[in-house]
Design a protein around this ligand. Structure first.
Ligand SMILES: Nc1ncnc2c1ncn2[C@@H]1O[C@H](COP(=O)(O)OP(=O)(O)OP(=O)(O)O)[C@@H](O)[C@H]1O
Ligand SMILES: [Mg+2]
Length: 266
């Protein structure tokens, strides 16, 4: 079997984590972006779609403890802690918008940072595993992260998060700014991680491609969830076709949500 078809070794193999959220509220100071969201992230790959400014990143930040949140969040039946490091320890990892690698550090050093919570020997074991899961990164282990292409950097960011062996991995627009072939590769990686037993919650604006790899999806608009369902049904739903895929939905063209939305609202 080709490496790119194998499920990932690293991660929460067989854990199949399940996140349940009731009444999630979050924002910045007095500005409430999300008000009372109810949703769940079942084992597999769930995608959150929505236009710019809808609150997608805010949602992932709230679940990572980077901003305060209200409401109830249960991970496998237990309350999700409030503090970021406790959330990470609890098995939740975030690949943030814009990757946020350390450009002056090597690939290996960036990856090691993803295993900061585990003892040295275990960190070394995970590094070996992550390089087996991402053979392209092994060839680049000594390269400064800042000198890599956008797609390679995104791969490092995902691999770094996998160093925490999360049971829930959250990805914020992994395909942003990448060439179509790299978009496909990154989305395939997200799929393989989910197939390896790590539950994946992914924010994407590449609507058609994201729904093609996801199991389920939600659509977030102005801080509220306006549609949800199995990915295959969502792709055919009126809300997605009209607002995100527009007239292109019957062709093979890739439609970026931003462009599609602009075209629809123009
Ligand atoms: N640090 C911040 N302080 C104040 N307001 C913020 C902050 N970050 C985001 N916002 C606001 O919160 C709202 C939601 O932003 P968010 O980044 O969650 O949207 P998004 O759906 O991720 O958009 P995009 O597709 O552009 O990434 C926007 O109105 C934004 O201006
Ligand atoms: Mg965002």
């Amino acid at each position: 079997m080709h490496w790119s078809d194998r499920p990932f070794e690293l991660g929460a193999r067989g854990r199949h984590a399940h996140l349940k959220v009731r009444g999630l509220a979050a924002g910045y100071g007095a500005f409430l972006v999300l008000r009372g969201l109810d949703f769940e992230v079942r084992p597999g790959l769930t995608v959150i779609l929505g236009p710019n400014g809808a609150g997608k990143t805010t949602l992932l930040r709230a679940l990572s403890g980077l901003i305060p949140r209200g409401g109830e969040v249960l991970l496998d039946g237990d309350d999700l802690p409030e503090k970021t490091h406790e959330i990470v320890r609890g098995g939740v990892a975030l690949v943030p918008e814009g990757r946020q690698l350390f450009p002056q550090m090597t690939v290996t050093e960036n990856l090691e940072l993803g295993g900061w919570l585990v003892p040295k020997a275990e960190r070394a074991r995970r590094l070996e595993q992550v390089l087996a899961d991402f053979p392209k990164l092994r060839e680049r282990a000594g390269q400064l992260a800042g000198t890599m292409s956008g797609g390679e950097q995104q791969m490092v960011a995902v691999a770094r998060a996998m160093m925490a062996a999360p049971r829930l991995l959250m990805l914020d627009e992994p395909s942003l700014g990448l060439a179509p072939r790299m978009v496909d590769e990154l989305l395939a990686i997200a799929r393989r991680i989910a197939d390896g037993g790590t539950t994946v919650l992914m924010v994407e604006q590449n609507v058609k491609k994201a729904l093609a790899v996801a199991d389920r999806g939600y659509v977030l608009e102005r801080g509220a969830l306006v549609a949800s369902g199995p990915a295959r049904l969502l792709a055919r739903s009126t809300v997605i076709r009209e607002a995100y895929l527009g007239a292109e939905s019957d062709t093979d063209k890739t439609t970026d949500a931003r462009t599609a939305r602009a075209a629809v609202t123009a």
